[in-house]
Design a protein around this ligand. Structure first.
Ligand SMILES: [Fe+2]
Length: 372
């Protein structure tokens, strides 16, 4: 056993779910490997180590604190439940357009909102979870959940009151519900849309608005945010061509989150944009497409490389984000080199690393959150 700086010996009775083994766990008195190095412990494994195999101590990785990982696992469970609820609300049969939005669905959206807002104020790593919701197979309900996570992150940075945050979150969760009223073959068409198909897609804000208005329990704040989320600050958006502050505040926040998510997500016909390219685009669209005040709040709140995120560096090495710097594009990264040495790389404050940058998110080991 070497390098005690990055690992610690933990008595089996002190193990917690979420801790990661720093070495293989061997059954006492035998050569049998019970758990491989790098395993994330859960309660069943801990029970077996203690009760079945009489293991007394386990080497645990120190890099991310165990408590933090445990909190992330709890948050993941919540996001997983939220994703399932949203899938249910949006209707699991995509081929069947939605014609009604039930009171039961309204309550479910309120529950997901409470879950997200509680996570946000508890400082759960909501942005890391947001990345884990990105996968090739991208359904509208998943996009809506990510947009809601980003919208509330922006809302918190703008200092919105709790009741406004709740409206923002509900509207963001439902902003694209109108897409479920449109023929799925158009929505999921991989190539270029014909003019008629594009016109049909562009009806989704009104359709969503009408669907929710018919439900009867949504306030104007929420209905207008859904209706106006494709308006642009300079009046060139749709469906109404509203300008500046004619577009409600909540709609202007959701627009920022929506466009950023669309740019950085997988599409069947193109690669996702890099975080830097997307941020550049958002900056460039201030006061034409977007409200500049909201873009500033977005840039201040949004960490494209949240703590715990695996990233690929420009020299090909893979590392984990340990903390963020004032320049959010250049965080502190922990890297384990091929020769077994470890390196803490401060991309912003350490001149030795100025030529190094983050090339992409490393998705190879990412645990993506999927609905059941
Ligand atoms: Fe939309």
């Amino acid at each position: 056993m070497s390098d005690n700086a990055s690992m610690m010996k933990v008595r089996v009775e002190d193990l917690e779910s979420g801790m990661v083994t720093a070495d293989n766990v061997i059954e006492p008195g035998t050569e049998r490997v019970l758990l491989l190095k790098g395993t994330t412990l859960d309660s069943v494994m801990i029970f077996n180590l203690k009760e079945r195999y009489n293991v007394s101590e386990v080497w645990i990785k120190k890099n991310l604190s165990a408590a933090k990982i445990a909190a992330e696992m709890r948050a993941e469970v919540n996001i997983h439940a939220s994703l399932n609820t949203l899938k249910d609300v949006f209707g699991s049969d995509e081929a069947k357009p939605l014609t009604d939005f039930s009171k039961e669905a309204t309550q479910k959206i309120k529950n997901v909102t409470n879950e997200l807002i509680t996570s946000l104020y508890a400082d759960d790593n909501i942005l890391l979870k947001m990345h884990q919701l990105q996968s090739y197979d991208d359904y509208t309900y998943k996009h809506c959940l990510r947009v809601a996570m980003m919208s509330v992150t922006i809302g918190k940075s703008l200092g919105l009151e709790r009741h406004v945050m709740k409206n923002l979150c509900e509207a963001a969760l439902l902003h694209d519900i109108g897409k479920r009223t449109i023929d799925v073959d158009i929505i999921r068409k991989p190539g270029r849309l014909t003019d008629e198909e594009f016109a049909a897609v562009k009806r989704h804000p009104q359709n969503g608005y009408l669907l929710l208005r018919k439900n009867g329990s949504y306030t104007e704040d929420i209905l207008n945010a859904v209706l106006m989320h494709h308006e642009k600050y300079d009046g060139s958006g749709y469906p109404l061509g509203l300008k500046g502050e004619q577009i409600t505040y909540l709609a202007r926040i959701i627009t920022v989150a929506d466009v950023y998510d669309a740019l950085t997500s997988n599409r069947p016909y193109r690669q996702p944009w890099s975080v830097a390219e997307a941020e550049e685009f958002m900056m460039g669209g201030s006061n034409t497409h977007f409200d500049f005040g909201i873009i500033k709040a977005f840039l201040a709140a949004f960490s494209p490389f949240p703590v715990g995120q695996q990233v690929i560096l420009s020299d090909g090495r893979i590392g984990t984000v340990l903390s963020n710097n004032t320049n959010v594009l250049r965080p502190v990264i922990f890297v384990k080199n091929n020769d077994g040495t470890e390196e803490t790389i401060d991309l912003y404050n350490d001149f030795r690393y100025l030529k190094l940058s983050i090339k992409a998110l490393d998705k190879s080991n990412m645990r993506f959150i999927e609905a059941d």
